[in-house]
Design a protein around this ligand. Structure first.
Ligand SMILES: CC(C)(COP(=O)([O-])OP(=O)([O-])OC[C@H]1O[C@@H](n2cnc3c(N)ncnc32)[C@H](O)[C@@H]1OP(=O)([O-])[O-])[C@@H](O)C(=O)NCCC(=O)NCCSC(=O)C[C@@](C)(O)CC(=O)[O-]
Length: 316
């Protein structure tokens, strides 16, 4: 698996084509992790070392390249729709992209992550909850000194693989409030094990709001291990939450939560939100193509039901 330095270098050298802004988020487990990341960033982009949050890419394609066709070999150079001459429809090799651009379609953020139970905190970061809060203080202040937006995650908020399904909502609220007081821009409350249910999600949100936390400061991060992620997301929607984490094709999972499946798939979540009349700006057919393509690339099943249904309709 590539390390952060490789990823930064690659993003700088070959900025992915995107018509909108992309925020790349790096999880850092401790201060050393952030220091390593900043070293890699400053090495990759010496001209931009003072403000990593606004990594700028020159030659960013003005029009996104066509999505890879299902089964298109990764080794083939992706057709590029933009070169030095904007909107030239060509298939220039990726090597053409070698300089940061002036318009920052891409930015960088970092994430800190804590757990709502002692046992998961120990397993995931080898420290207590109190120690992890202490660690976050130093990480957040260094990140802010480099104008990096910071996201906080609170793991096992709706059930812990070690302490069982009833994580105390008050504990989640207390940790969330501490992160916001330390200056994070947003807290993603994570159902890492997928044990969350609609009633428990409702109870957790009530505890977060009772602690004075605004829905605007929150994101919800549902794994779909028990198939409850979508109904939990709808409960979040009804309570004013507008930021939800998901992964294309249902990728992901947590190494410290046995059996944890990936996040709710982006395709299923977007299909559900659209069915409720929400606008997401996501092209669901394109997202489904990407879900099919990445699942094939990784040699794993596509975990998205909506994605698979849309693909079979598109390919019929
Ligand atoms: C936090 C540690 C490092 C503590 O691990 P530790 O062993 O207690 O660390 P340590 O301070 O004793 O250091 C051990 C060695 O690692 C080195 N070290 C120490 N830190 C780093 C670093 N950052 N980068 C590179 N090297 C590092 C350190 O220098 C030392 O090297 P040595 O002196 O022995 O040669 C470890 O427990 C760890 O890596 N934890 C993170 C595991 C992880 O990635 N978990 C998954 C994250 S995703 C997640 O949590 C779920 C979430 C957030 O997505 C949402 C959800 O809940 O669903």
């Amino acid at each position: 698996m590539a390390n952060s330095a490789d990823i930064l270098e690659s993003l700088n050298r070959y900025p992915p084509a995107a018509s909108g802004s992309i925020a790349y988020n790096f999880l850092v487990p401790n201060l050393k992790g952030l220091e390593n990341l900043l070293r890699a960033y400053d090495a990759a982009l010496p001209t931009k070392s003072e403000d990593p949050a606004s990594l700028q890419h020159r030659d960013a394609p003005l029009t996104p390249p066509p999505s890879p066709k299902p089964g298109q070999m990764a080794s083939e150079p992706a057709p590029i729709t933009s070169t030095q001459h904007p909107n030239a429809m060509g298939s220039a090799p990726l090597e053409q992209f070698s300089k940061p651009s002036l318009d920052p379609p891409h930015t960088y953020e970092i994430s800190v992550f804590l757990a709502a139970t002692e046992a998961f905190s120990r397993a995931n970061t080898n420290c207590s909850i109190a120690e992890s809060i202490d660690r976050c203080k130093a990480i957040i202040s260094l990140a802010k000194s480099r104008s990096l937006p910071v996201r906080g995650y609170v793991s096992v908020a709706l059930g812990c693989p070690y302490e069982g399904p009833s994580t105390p909502p008050s504990e989640v609220a207390e940790i969330t409030a501490s992160l916001l007081e330390m200056g994070v821009d947003e807290v993603s409350v994570a159902d890492t094990t997928g044990m969350g249910t609609a009633p428990k999600t409702r109870e957790l949100l009530k505890a977060l709001f009772a602690a004075g936390i605004s829905p605007n400061d929150l994101a919800l991060h549902f794994h779909d291990t028990y198939g409850q992620a979508l109904v939990n997301a709808v409960v979040g929607l009804e309570h004013g939450i507008r930021t939800f984490d998901s992964s294309v094709g249902g990728l992901g999972g947590c190494p410290f939560s046995k059996g944890a499946t990936g996040n709710v798939s982006t395709e299923d979540l977007v299909h559900c939100l659209h069915s409720l009349g929400a606008t997401t700006g996501v092209d669901l057919e394109e997202m489904s193509r990407i879900g099919g393509w990445i699942s094939e690339e990784l040699g794993r099943p596509n975990e998205s039901r909506a994605g698979k249904a849309i693909l079979s309709r598109l390919n019929s």
